[in-house]
Design a protein around this ligand. Sequence first.
Ligand code: ZN
Length: 235
Amino acid sequence: MGELFALERLTYRFENYERLLESLLADGFTFTDYSGLERDQIVLRHDVDLSPAAALEMAQLEARLGVQSTYCFLLTTPVYNLLETEHVRTLRDIEALGHDVALHFNTHHYWDDRPSADDLTAQVCAECDVFAQLLGHPVDTVSFHRPPEWVLGVDFDEFVNTYSPEFFTRTRYTSDSNQKWRLEPPFPGGRPDHLQLLVHPGLWGEDERPLEEIVDELASDCRDHVERYVEALGV
Ligand SMILES: [Zn+2]
């Protein structure tokens, strides 16, 4: 068992993320996609809630180590518009590095309560179609943003749910949500046989920054973006 699994806490610097991946490789894990998960494999997922730019930086870091992962992007967030040219380029760059691009789907954008299975499937597939248009090939892997309990441990016929039993209930599932590894061990249960690891690129950076600072900067970037748009209108 590698030292990683005895780690008490971790700061959210890219340098530490690199060390974390190196430790997993040294411990005999290989990285895979959502086509299947076997012993000594990790399916590494990134939900891009905040920053496509941080996602690209993380993707480059992983590619240098030969690590493959899946980047899930939102179409329904106010903090980035995936249809903008620079973000479409980011999606393609991430794929060119050998990673997968998938849909991060926000049920809360559409429904307060559980929708019918048909409504859910129709809306998820509609967003997958947008990805297919942007990337030129079908996309059928879906991670749910702030997942409601009715998607956890559920298989869907029309798409691959990252919270399906294979990747969620029948394997170890670990996430870096809310920078919680700053305070608690990332792998409290020791070395798992296989693992789904969720890492949010926007929580990491060159330097350690608390969540509040990251969110403030994001809000300021969004404001600049809106101001440039309004200026171009000449109002
Ligand atoms: Zn999310």
